[in-house]
Design a protein around this ligand. Structure first.
Ligand code: HEC
Length: 129
């Protein structure tokens, strides 16, 4: 009986110490996240005009998002490959292959595709596909 009383008291203090340790964490979690300060990558006017010929009404934010996706989600397993280094056909194939690996949503995949293909046309304007 004495043992039970002692362990109850011990348990009480264990729980108390857990609670006091957890308190700062929950306060921190309640603090709102600071706004994202990383600016979207700048999209050149040349790339915008190339993209808009192909996909009318393309917004700069779509291409900027595509670039961010390329540089973050597509670099988890390997480097960001040189966009000018592959043909359009190869890119389309790789984007199909890699999007599930990178767990892209259909919208992210579209933005990535618009960025890669318009960027490629910009850096390789005369090359054949
Ligand atoms: C989960 C890991 C992983 C992620 C995430 C990933 N890749 Fe890959 N990638 C690979 C592997 C492994 C290979 C080589 C084997 C293959 O082709 O499947 C590869 C190959 C490639 C190649 C071919 C390179 C060559 O020399 O032929 C390209 C291009 C590529 N990835 C682009 C991308 C893009 C774009 C994304 C983002 C949508 C991406 N990868 C995300 C694992 C990944």
């Amino acid at each position: 009986m004495k043992y039970l009383a002692l362990s109850t008291i011990a348990l009480f203090f264990v729980l108390l110490s857990c609670k006091s340790k957890k308190a700062p964490t929950s306060t921190a979690a309640a603090t709102p996240e600071p706004p994202a300060t990383t600016a979207a990558p700048a999209v050149s006017a040349v790339q915008m005009s190339i993209a808009n010929k192909r996909w009318p009404n393309t917004q700069a934010i779509e291409l900027a998002d595509g670039e961010t996706i390329f540089k973050t989600k597509c670099t988890k397993c390997h480097i960001a490959y040189e966009i000018g280094g592959f043909s359009e056909k190869k890119w389309l194939h790789e984007i199909d292959d890699m999007s599930p690996k990178a767990r892209l949503t259909p919208d992210e995949k579209l933005r990535l595709t618009k960025h890669i293909l318009s960027y490629r046309d910009m850096v390789k304007p005369t090359s054949q596909n």
